[in-house]
Design a protein around this ligand. Structure first.
Ligand code: MG
Length: 389
């Protein structure tokens, strides 16, 4: 099962982008002189990697994190390490890529590149063994995957209420809203953020989880006051209150509040999550399998998390995360970015792949008979993309 060929494709979106009501805090919101603090966090391209074996089996992987750089890392650094190796030796190949790139890697774009390749290798393994990846990772731990609806981008309270009511009617038992007001708007902005949470909680009642996303936009002092003000509305969690490097301050927040604290979509590898466990910094890990190190690393982090009583609820829906959620008791649910017009970038995978799970009555299902990850590349309606090979 030798690897014969590795091909990367950069999908650049050229079609229309909806920008009207997608406002939320970001790490830049704390700085002065910001006209558009969201700009660096919108991404309108995606990377696809295809690994082909000499027997003609093709595995598909993907990366959404700075795909143009990720493509170069794969093409120039990582692909040569994999050529002529046995594609089924995923443990060895992960370690070979990780250790070979350690001087300039360990996190960020290099790990996104390693993750994309690892996902493609597991896709090959599944196709060779004629089993879905979740079966190879440990099999089914739940009948179906409960999904929480990840949108509610608007700051308008009436629209927020309407949207929340609609998702509840669709059968979702959880939904996440964004903090629409940056830290620079002070106490007034904080009260408006709390008001948004109040409206959603009062709309959906107590039987639906409400999650709050801060997207690294706050600091410790603001986060403490915000958490205190949120207590009456009992969020299921508050996400990424701080930048990922502030592990020590996440730990302080956990001591300060009973509201579960989540983060991790910008953390990498078992070593990054080990540091978070050592510091007792989080209640919920939110790695994305296509950033954290692929399936090879994700399954290890799930086991570590389970030992420490930490939940794993990966960032983003997408099949690579759903296989992890299905196969681990550490994972109670999955995030669900529905198919919409292109808005932030998270939605783009719907336009590139066929085979993504679509929520039904708030749940996602995986096919027991579909081998590998279960995705194929779309061949038609690609006119909105510039594809660079
Ligand atoms: Mg998030």
């Amino acid at each position: 099962m030798k690897i014969q060929h590795i091909k990367t494709k950069l999908y650049q979106w050229q079609g229309p982008v909806k920008t009207s009501d997608t406002i939320f805090a970001t790490p830049l919101s704390l700085l002065p002189f910001q006209q558009d603090a969201q700009a660096p966090f919108r991404f309108f391209s995606w990377l696809v990697v295809e690994i082909e074996t000499e027997d003609g089996v093709v595995g598909i992987g993907n990366a959404g994190l700075c795909p143009d750089i990720t493509k170069q890392i794969i093409d120039t650094k990582l692909a040569p390490l994999l050529l002529h190796e046995n594609a089924l030796n995923t443990e060895y190949l992960y370690e070979k890529m990780y250790r070979s790139s350690i001087a300039y890697g360990r996190k960020g774009a290099v790990l996104a590149a390693i993750s994309a390749l690892d996902i493609a290798l597991w896709d090959i393994k599944g196709k060779v063994l004629q089993q879905p990846v979740f079966v190879l990772l440990g099999g089914r731990t739940k009948e179906a995957i409960p999904a929480y609806y990840s949108r509610l981008y608007t700051r308008d309270l009436d629209s927020l209420q309407q949207e929340a009511a609609e998702y509840k009617t669709q059968g979702f038992k959880g939904m996440k809203l964004r903090c629409g007001y940056p830290i620079t708007e002070g106490l007034t902005g904080m009260k408006k953020n709390v008001e948004m949470v109040r409206v959603v909680r009062e709309t959906v009642g107590d039987d639906v989880d409400v999650m709050v996303e801060a997207y690294m936009g706050f600091n410790l002092a603001y986060a403490k006051r915000f958490l205190h003000a949120l207590e009456p509305y009992q969020p299921r969690w508050v996400e990424e209150l701080l930048i990922p490097d502030e592990i020590h301050n996440f730990a302080k927040l956990r001591q300060y509040t009973d509201i579960p604290i989540s983060s991790g979509e910008h953390e990498y590898t078992r070593y990054g999550f080990h540091d978070l466990l050592q510091a007792q910094a989080l209640d919920i890990f939110q790695f994305d399998t296509n950033r954290v190190g692929g399936f090879t690393e994700a399954q290890k982090i799930c086991i570590m998390a389970q030992v420490h009583g930490v939940e794993v609820i990966p960032h983003g829906g997408q099949m690579h995360n759903l296989h992890v959620v299905m196969s681990s008791f550490a994972c109670p649910m999955a995030e669900y970015f529905p198919q919409t017009d292109i808005e932030v970038g998270n939605e783009m995978f719907w336009y590139i792949f066929d085979g993504e799970a679509i929520a039904d009555d708030g749940k996602l299902q995986l096919d027991d008979r579909k081998p590998g990850v279960g995705l194929t590349l779309k061949n038609d309606h690609l006119e909105n993309f510039n594809i660079i090979e």
